[in-house]
Design a protein around this ligand. Structure first.
Ligand code: ACO
Length: 386
C-alpha cells in the first residue's frame, strides 16, 4: 500500500520492472540478440577492440581514428597506480577474495583522485579514464602479491589485454591469447540492467563519486548468482571430474534443488549469444595450443544440461564457457570475476554518465508486512528465544 491506500503489485527481484530508460545496450532474450549502442555483439567481437567498444559505450559513437588514438593514449598513460595503493593491497590477507581486494583498492582510488563535482565533464572524462586504466593494474598487482611476487609495472607499448597479461607474468603474451582476452572483455563489457549495473546506478543517483559507484558495483558482481558464477562453474566441472559422471551428477544436483552453475538467465530463454562467441574463441585457442580436457567435459555438461533443462528455457549463459577459457589461459579461478569487472567497468561507467544526464535519486517503495503498535517490553520481562 502507498500511504495506506493504493494497492501495489510486488515483483520479486524487480523482474520485468524497468529501472531506467537507457540507450546503451539492448537484449532480446527470445532470439538471443545483444547490441551495444545498436551494434550487434557479433560484429563488435569480430571487428572491434575493447577500448574502441568502451568508447562506443561511453559516448554513443564509434570513434574516428584520432579520437581512438587520443582515448587509447589517455588510458595507457594512466595505467600506473600510486605506491600507496600497492601498499594498501599488500596489507590485505593473501587468502582473501580478489574481488574484495579490487573493491577496496577502487574505493581507495577515490581518496587519491577526489571527484566530488560529478557533473563536471573534465571530472567525468578523467575519472572514467583512470578507472578503465587502473582496474587491470590493481587486479594484476594483487595476483602477483598473493603469490609472493612483486607487482610488474604496466608497459605502454602493449595493448589493454596484452599489457594485463604481461603484468601477471612479466612475459609479453602470445598475440592470439591477448586477442582472445580482448574479445572476452568486449563480450563482458555491458549487459543492460544487470544486478551490478543496477547497484552502481543506485549509488550514482546519490551523486556519489565514480570510484564509489564502481566499488559498489564490484561488490554486487562478486556474488555467485552474478559474476561469481564463472568461478563456480569451473568448480562444478572439477567436482564432476569426468565425462562418465556428468549425467548422474547433474541429475543428483537438480534433484537436490541445486542450480547448475553457468546455466539460466533472467532475460535469455535461448543460449546466451556471448556463450556461443566464447565457444568460438575457445576453438581458436585450441587450434593453436591444443584441446583442454576441461572443455570436453564442459561440452558434455552443456549437452546433458540442455537435455535436462532446455525445455524450461534454461541454457548455457556467458559464465559457462568464460571460466573454461580463463582456465585454459592459466589464470587462477578466484580471479575470474575480476576479469569480468575489468570488462564491465565500461558498462558501469556508461550507465553512470547516462544517469547523471537526468538524475533522479533511486528511492523505491516497499510493501510492509510487519506489525504495528507493539509495546516496548522491559528487558527483565522478555521471554527471549529468537
Ligand atoms: N539450474 C537449475 N535450475 C535453474 C537454473 C539453473 N542454473 N536457473 C534457473 N533454474 C530454475 C529454478 O530452479 C526455478 O525453477 P522452479 O520454477 O521449478 O522453482 C526456475 O528455473 C526459475 O529460476 P529463478 O532463479 O527464479 O530465475 P531467475 O530468472 O532469477 O534466474 C539466475 C536467473 C539467477 C541467473 C539463475 O538462472 C541462476 O541462478 N543460474 C545459476 C548461476 C549463474 O550461472 N549465474 C550467472 C548468470 S549470467 C550473469 O550474471 C553474467
Amino acid at each position: 500500500m502507498v500511504n495506506g491506500s493504493t494497492p501495489q503489485e510486488f515483483f520479486p527481484g524487480l523482474a520485468g520492472v524497468p529501472a531506467a530508460k537507457s540507450s546503451i545496450s539492448f537484449v532480446d532474450g527470445q532470439t538471443g540478440l545483444l547490441e551495444y549502442r545498436g551494434i550487434r555483439i557479433e560484429e563488435l567481437a569480430q571487428h572491434s577492440s575493447f577500448l574502441e567498444t568502451t568508447y562506443l559505450l561511453l559516448y554513443d559513437e564509434l570513434p574516428a581514428q584520432t579520437e581512438l588514438d587520443r582515448f587509447t593514449a589517455d588510458v595507457t598513460h594512466h595505467r600506473r597506480i600510486k605506491y600507496q595503493i600497492t601498499e594498501l593491497i599488500k596489507c590485505l590477507p593473501e587468502h582473501g577474495h580478489p574481488m574484495d581486494a579490487l573493491q577496496a583498492a577502487v574505493a581507495a582510488l577515490g581518496m587519491f583522485y577526489p571527484a566530488k563535482y560529478v557533473l563536471d565533464h573534465q571530472v567525468q572524462y578523467w575519472s572514467t579514464i583512470r578507472l578503465i586504466a587502473k582496474v587491470p593494474t590493481i587486479v594484476a598487482a594483487y595476483y602477483r602479491l598473493r603469490q609472493g611476487d612483486e607487482p610488474i609495472p604496466p608497459r605502454d607499448d602493449l595493448d589493454h589485454a596484452g599489457n594485463f597479461l604481461y603484468m601477471l607474468t612479466g612475459t609479453v603474451p602470445d598475440p592470439l591469447i591477448a586477442k582472445v582476452l580482448d574479445t572476452c572483455l568486449i563480450l563482458h563489457a555491458e549487459h543492460t540492467m544487470n544486478a551490478s549495473t543496477f547497484s552502481g546506478l543506485v549509488t550514482a543517483s546519490t551523486l556519489a563519486d565514480p570510484y564509489t559507484v564502481v566499488s559498489s558495483a564490484i561488490g554486487t558482481l562478486k556474488g555467485p548468482l552474478h559474476g561469481g558464477a564463472t568461478q563456480e562453474t569451473v568448480a562444478m566441472l572439477e567436482e564432476i571430474g569426468s565425462v562418465a559422471h556428468v549425467r548422474p551428477y547433474l541429475k543428483k544436483r537438480l534433484a537436490a534443488k541445486q542450480k547448475l552453475m553457468g546455466f539460466g538467465h533472467r532475460i535469455y530463454k535461448v543460449k546466451d549469444p556471448r556463450a556461443i562467441l566464447l565457444q568460438q574463441l575457445v576453438h581458436q585457442l585450441f587450434a593453436q595450443h591444443g584441446r583442454s580436457p576441461l572443455y570436453t567435459l564442459a561440452e558434455t555438461v552443456e549437452r546433458v544440461g540442455e537435455d535436462l533443462l532446455g525445455g524450461k528455457g534454461i541454457h548455457a549463459n556467458v559464465d559457462f564457457y568464460s571460466g573454461v577459457l580463463y582456465k585454459t589461459m592459466g589464470l587462477d579461478e578466484d580471479f575470474f570475476p575480476t576479469i569480468f569487472a575489468m570488462a564491465r567497468v565500461s558498462g558501469w561507467l556508461a550507465h553512470w554518465l547516462e544517469q547523471l544526464k537526468d538524475n533522479t535519486l533511486f528511492r523505491p517503495d516497499q510493501i510492509y508486512d510487519g506489525q504495528h503498535g507493539r509495546a516496548y517490553v522491559p528487558i527483565d520481562r522478555r521471554l527471549g528465544g529468537v
